[in-house]
Ligand binder design. Structure first.
Ligand SMILES: [Zn+2]
Ligand SMILES: [Zn+2]
Length: 335
């Protein structure tokens, strides 16, 4: 099979011919139909923090079909369509059995979506409902990150919400904040590139983060936001959110930032701000997202701007490190 392999920081992904993987006991072989490129993949290959091992095949946002099953797999069969969870655990501890493998002490990446095939623990596969195409299923994982964050944030129905960042996670957060009962939603980003997409997801107002932004934010909401969903992942954004949120409000940090952040505790204390961080999605949340898309709520597909081949991946992957017109880029490894 062909796959895109990470070799080292500073070198583009390499397209390699590799032997087709073989599923072991409890595993399935998946034929990848599409796999999205995630900001996390870019972070884990730029040397700014945690880094993938050499030889690693990234890609954790795939829609795939089961083409072979290993020994002892009873709930999946050849032909089933699934989304693999980005991590798999031991399968036996309370966290794994409760559907939150992210918190298993034997956490392992279950990635490899930038290849034609991958092996996955069967228990990490979320079967897809009828009516959802495998191409569209590639956005289930980023949408699940948004759902997880909005649900952990404890969104109050009617709440005035600010979403910072209009990349895929910000857009996913808007979509779920709207569906889960937010009042007014303002989306703010460095450029207006994603304004239209944010409105499609359910935002009321889109603002550029320029000097007048704090004033225009209060105009748009009538007061300071009670919930801020920080989805930009840029340095300084947690402190900025603490400044912008209203007293006793909540800042939910979904953006992945590997840089140190300076925060004046007294500023947060004087407002009694709650700051939360989230990343570990649950299997049950994947099912909610897949069911929502399958029911025809396809607005989130607006985040997909491009579908590329494996051959185009290394160059596109490097280009995504700087801001551009693309939002969610999917890889079709059979193109
Ligand atoms: Zn992702
Ligand atoms: Zn476990």
């Amino acid at each position: 099979m062909r796959a895109a392999v990470f070799e080292k920081v500073g070198v583009p992904l390499a397209i390699r011919d590799l032997p087709d993987p073989v599923p072991g006991p409890g595993e399935v072989l998946l034929r990848i139909e599409r796999c999205g490129i995630c900001g996390t993949d870019l972070h884990y290959t730029d040397g700014s923090g945690a880094t993938y091992e050499p030889g690693f095949i990234p890609g954790h946002e795939s829609g795939a079909e089961v083409v072979a099953v290993g020994k002892g797999v009873d709930f999946l069969k050849v032909g089933d369509q699934v989304v693999p969870h980005p991590v798999s655990g031991c399968g036996a501890c309370a966290e794994c059995l409760g559907g939150s493998p992210f918190w298993c002490r034997q956490l392992r990446f279950n990635m490899g979506g930038f290849g034609q095939y991958k092996v996955s623990a069967a228990r990490a596969c979320i079967p897809l409902p009828a009516g959802l195409s495998l191409a569209d299923a590639a956005i289930v994982e980023p949408l699940t990150c948004g759902l997880h964050g909005v649900s952990l944030a404890g969104l109050r129905p009617g709440a005035k919400v600010l979403v910072i960042g209009a990349g895929p996670i910000g857009l996913a957060a808007v979509f779920w904040a709207r569906r889960l009962g937010a009042g007014r939603i303002v989306v703010a980003a460095r450029s207006t590139r994603s304004a239209e997409r944010a409105m499609v997801m359910g935002a009321d107002t889109f603002l550029e983060m320029d000097e007048e932004f704090p004033v225009r934010l209060e105009e748009a909401l009538g007061e300071a936001p009670e919930l801020i969903l920080e989805c930009a992942g840029a340095p300084g954004m947690v402190a900025r959110s603490v400044d912008l949120v209203r007293p006793r409000g909540t800042v939910m940090v979904l953006g992945m930032c590997f840089h140190a952040e300076t925060l004046v505790p007294a500023t947060a204390a004087l407002k009694e701000v709650t700051v939360k961080f989230a990343v570990g999605t649950l299997l049950s949340e994947f099912r909610v997202v897949a069911d929502t898309l399958a029911a025809g709520h396809l607005e989130p597909l607006a985040m997909v701007t491009d579908t590329i081949s494996l051959a185009e991946l290394p160059e596109t992957f490097e280009a995504l490190r700087s801001p551009g017109h693309q939002c969610k880029v999917l890889v079709d490894p059979w193109r």
